[in-house]
Design a protein around this ligand. Structure first.
Ligand code: RTP
Ligand code: MG
Length: 139
């Protein structure tokens, strides 16, 4: 399988709870190489744009509030089959449904505050990476 890239955010709840190190350890141990990474905070506009696909959903305002309330860790990760394998590693959107050993099962408390984001396609991984990083920040 070809090496490709995905985009992730350790969301504000994960950062607030001090889980950055443990989650990055799990990501590295699962074979992902860090291509880019930074601590940053999304503005309201950033979050509205990033999650624009959900703008009509009832949880949209809460999602934007949550994603902007504190810093996140944004990162680009590389591995064979990165997008699909990372979605498997993070587990279901609702941690109550996530498989044992997944990041959301281990570190998230609710469907709305679920610790981590993972791109859902190669195309979105590219768009989301470009949203957060310039070419000179990718290694
Ligand atoms: P993500 O985009 O953050 O990786 O999450 P996902 O694909 O697993 O889930 P998605 O359907 O794209 O939802 C985006 C984020 O919105 C919040 N959410 N809240 N209260 C709710 O019912 C609800 N549903 C979704 C979560 O933070 C979810 O990750
Ligand atoms: Mg999604």
């Amino acid at each position: 399988m070809a090496k490709n890239r995905t985009f992730t955010m350790l969301k504000p709840d994960a950062v607030e709870k001090g889980h950055i190190g443990a989650i990055l350890e799990k990501i590295s141990a699962s074979g992902f190489r860090i291509v880019a990474m930074k601590l940053t905070q999304m503005t309201t506009k950033d979050a509205q744009n990033f999650y624009a696909v959900h703008s009509e959903r009832p949880f949209f305002a809460d999602l934007v509030e949550y994603m902007t309330r504190g810093p996140i860790v944004a990162a680009i990760l590389e591995k064979d089959n990165a997008v699909e394998d990372f979605r498997t590693l993070i587990g279901a959107t609702n941690p109550a449904d996530a498989a044992e050993g997944t990041i959301r099962k281990m570190f998230a408390d609710s469907i709305s505050e679920n610790a981590v984001h993972g791109s859902d396609s190669d195309e979105n991984a590219f768009i989301e990476s470009a949203f957060h990083f310039s070419g000179r920040e990718m290694f």
